[in-house]
Design a protein around this ligand. Structure first.
Ligand SMILES: O=C(O)[C@@H](O)C(=O)CO
Ligand SMILES: [Mg+2]
Length: 251
């Protein structure tokens, strides 16, 4: 199994660029960053390069630049803004060879929002550089009140309707458990759509093994179904990150 470290959440006590060194020392060869845009791409590239790390995922758009809004992809009156932000994300990801961008839906509800989300994803999929995959991720309403994409069934319906090879599902055990009460059942139900897996426990987004998610079963299901993507650590370590990484030793 391939593991990645989410440097937006792990090693929170370290300056951002030092987290790359910590991840490599802990045995990771890949990282993801929710919103890397404050750091010029050459600086991120240097931190990756000196550690032999790949950056596998970033999000679009950056919330510091949107006033905290978590995307506009499902907002009918923000189509121009969505396209502008996606072009910026494509430039940043392209400069660093990032193969996946998580497209954030933003706060919205209803049929018009759904149609807008689908139209925007179709546009972005056509604009995306060759080899890049766009992901969508259901976020739970406790963590992200009002967020449009808050249910795995909604995500899978949208992906089925789109039927595009470069738009797929980002599964997160923390959100899946919070939304549907059984993260493993969610993985089983929507496994065919999944290209990227993030792990965190529920209800506190703490380290695997500290909450309600059955990680032994979850890893077994990933292995049994031949998952070849990354499993990325996206949780609040609540102390030294190195002490939370025993889950990496299981495969
Ligand atoms: O699970 C999460 O919160 C993230 O993967 C994310 O992309 C939201 O910013
Ligand atoms: Mg996530």
């Amino acid at each position: 199994m391939k593991f990645a470290a989410n440097l937006s959440l792990l090693w929170p006590e370290l300056p951002f660029l030092d987290r790359f060194d910590a991840a490599a020392q802990a045995g990771f060869d890949a990282v993801e960053i929710l919103f890397p845009y404050d750091t010029p791409a050459p600086e991120t590239q240097a931190a990756l390069g000196r550690n032999g790390l790949s950056l596998i995922l970033i999000n679009a758009p950056p919330p510091n630049y949107t006033g905290g809004a978590r995307g506009f992809a499902a907002q009918p009156d923000m189509v121009d803004r969505f396209r502008h932000d996606m072009r910026r994300a494509f430039r940043y990801a392209g400069a660093l060879g990032v193969p996946m961008i998580h497209v954030m839906a933003g706060e919205a509800e209803g049929d018009t929002a759904r149609a807008t989300f689908i139209d925007n994803l179709r546009w972005a999929a056509a604009e995306a550089p060759s080899g890049m995959t766009l992901t969508i991720e259901p976020l739970n309403p406790v963590a992200m009140p009002g967020y449009f994409l808050n249910d795995y069934a909604v995500a899978s319906d949208i992906l089925t309707e789109l039927a595009l090879p470069n738009v797929a599902l980002q599964y997160d055990s923390y959100h899946a458990q919070m939304i549907h009460g059984d993260a493993v059942a969610v993985l089983d139900a929507y496994r065919d759509f999944v290209v990227h897996v993030q792990i965190g426990d529920s209800p506190d987004r703490s380290a695997p093994g500290s909450g309600q998610v059955d990680f032994a079963k979850l890893f077994a299901r990933l292995e049994a179904t031949g998952y070849r993507g990354y499993v990325s650590a996206e949780y609040h370590p609540g102390g030294p990150t190195e002490k939370t990484l025993s889950w990496m030793n299981r495969s």
